[in-house]
Design a protein around this ligand. Structure first.
Ligand code: SF4
Ligand code: SF4
Length: 216
């Protein structure tokens, strides 16, 4: 029986999308391929599943140093020997994007970083204390009770309870909910009255600059 899976179902990589992440795209590509696989060809059935699981681990900040080579090994097998056109196409797209964006893959695997803060394991979600007006909309929207606060207080997200659903970001009228990567901003540890949390003063910023200059 001929496999009916068709590469037309695969998501397209948008090279021009400056906010996209190539690793996240490849995860979604393989997720689609494994779900569409008819399952008759082992390379397609097992290969798409294995590649998806490895890339998913990478996006969650659990990449291993050998993952890049391992992925290429599996994908090259799929590209050459999988029976269906969809599986070969998915493998070929993934190989090309790994080779073209090797530095970004390395950043994800070794440094657990994502340039555009797309991959869940590479960022935390926080409330910008300078923008929050204490309206409480985020607190009501959070499905995990990860946000603390009340009217007129700067709200605070507990990173240990946050699933990164980003629902709060979509409801905040002030654009106060943001993602932080390697550089973590200074934040209150618990809700404080709106307007009471200071930014570093000009003098403090000057001191920081001085310290940076001395270290050169
Ligand atoms: S929705 Fe935005 S402005 Fe309102 S409390 Fe939450 S973070 Fe602050
Ligand atoms: S990202 Fe989702 S889980 Fe995290 S604080 Fe916002 S609504 Fe809650």
């Amino acid at each position: 029986m001929t496999c009916k899976a068709n590469s037309a179902v695969l998501p397209k990589w948008q090279e021009s999308d400056a906010n996209a992440c190539v690793v996240d795209y490849c995860k979604n590509l393989m997720d689609t391929a494994r779900k569409e696989s008819c399952g008759k060809c082992v390379l397609c059935r097992e290969g798409t599943w294995q590649v998806y699981e490895i890339i998913k681990d990478i996006t969650e900040g659990n990449g291993q140093s050998e993952d890049f080579e391992l992925l290429l090994e599996i994908l090259e097998q799929m590209d050459k020997n999988a029976k269906c056109e969809m599986s070969r196409t998915a493998a070929s797209i993934c190989i090309d994007l790994m080779k073209a964006h090797e530095e970004e893959w390395d950043k994800h695997i070794r440094r657990k970083r994502c340039s555009n803060l797309v991959c869940k394991g590479t960022y935390t979600v926080y409330v910008d204390p300078q923008l929050c007006d204490g309206c409480g909309k985020c607190l009501e929207s959070c499905p995990h009770g990860a946000i603390a606060g009340k009217a007129g207080m700067i709200h605070v997200i507990n990173p240990n309870m946050c699933s990164k659903s980003m629902i709060c970001m979509s409801v905040c009228p002030k654009g106060a909910i943001k993602k932080a990567g390697a550089v973590k901003p200074k934040l209150p540890s618990e809700p404080v009255p709106v307007g009471s949390f200071d930014q570093p003063s000009a003098g403090q910023e000057g001191e920081t600059m001085m310290r940076r200059r001395r270290r050169r």
